[in-house]
Design a protein around this ligand. Sequence first.
Ligand SMILES: *[C@@H]1O[C@H](CO)[C@@H](O)[C@H](O)[C@H]1NC(C)=O
Ligand SMILES: *[C@@H]1O[C@H](CO)[C@@H](O)[C@H](O)[C@H]1NC(C)=O
Ligand SMILES: *[C@@H]1O[C@H](CO)[C@@H](O)[C@H](O)[C@H]1NC(C)=O
Ligand SMILES: *[C@@H]1O[C@H](CO)[C@@H](O)[C@H](O)[C@H]1NC(C)=O
Ligand SMILES: *[C@@H]1O[C@H](CO)[C@@H](O)[C@H](O)[C@H]1NC(C)=O
Length: 256
Amino acid sequence: MALLVALLIFLFESSCFVFLQADASGHHGGLSLWSQRAALLQWKSALRSSPALLDSWREGTSPCSSNWTGFACSVMRRGHGTTLAVTRISLPNAGAEGTLRELNFSALPFLTHIDLSFNGLNGEIPPAIASLAELSYLDLTSNSLRGQIPFEIGNMGRLSQLGLGLNNLTGPIPASLGNLTKLVELVLNQNLLTGSIPEELGKLTGLQSLGLSDSLLSGQIPESLGNLTALSILHLYGNKLSGPIPSSLYATSSTC
Ligand SMILES: *[C@@H]1O[C@H](CO)[C@@H](O)[C@H](O)[C@H]1NC(C)=O
Ligand SMILES: *[C@@H]1O[C@H](CO)[C@@H](O)[C@H](O)[C@H]1NC(C)=O
Ligand SMILES: *[C@@H]1O[C@H](CO)[C@@H](O)[C@H](O)[C@H]1NC(C)=O
Ligand SMILES: *[C@@H]1O[C@H](CO)[C@@H](O)[C@H](O)[C@H]1NC(C)=O
Ligand SMILES: *[C@@H]1O[C@H](CO)[C@@H](O)[C@H](O)[C@H]1NC(C)=O
């Protein structure tokens, strides 16, 4: 009996057919694969150039069982059952042009990984992106994004890698980034960021790489960066920083 149950569970978890059935029969709000697919197709139709790479994203097919280019899915537990969910978007250097505004993030709550680096995305980074509570990897390097880095990104507590370099972002680095205590890599280089480096970044004690070079940052380098003991890469060149290099950066906090 136990074996039969185990076998049934195995069949249930491994059969795409079952998922598609469940998907078609139930309305799970923002959680159903149907609404995830709808959000992705809506975004595709809003992209200015919809490169050949995106041809596999089609009406009537599933991002999970039909091999949509650039997506990966995982099995999610839902109550007593399971469902498939889109967890990764990986389309680096795919020639995608358009904005992120039309991407309905609230329909894609299971995303853990977004790599849209080296594309032609323009417009602003929508604050709604912060609703992706599971996201641990966000790479938007080398697009044409402008406007400010949304303060709300500081709520994305799972983020371990954040790459926004090589864009046209303006305004200050939000102090709220200091809340992202799981960050290992923070790269914002080659933008038009102004204001000073927030001392809150000194709270990111897991940080191994911090890239803030080639922007318009001014003011002094905060002492608090000396608390980043895991840091092995620190790029601050090409800014308008002034004042001394804080001793916290080179003096070990030894007890001598
Ligand atoms: C975004 O997705 C959510 C969840 O599926 C849905 O309720 C909402 O209407 C969608 N918003 C837009 C603008 O399509
Ligand atoms: C899915 O994609 C992989 C890798 O591109 C390919 O080898 C495989 O044949 C595809 N499967 C289907 C069902 O299209
Ligand atoms: C930034 O803006 C300038 C001026 O509008 C433009 O020439 C440049 O190509 C933009 N760079 C990026 C990376 O979008
Ligand atoms: C994030 O950081 C900002 C500024 O440092 C702070 O005001 C805010 O309360 C923090 N938010 C959370 C959710 O921790
Ligand atoms: C460094 O961290 C310690 C404790 O973790 C804190 O007391 C101190 O204020 C921090 N130093 C700076 C310069 O922020």
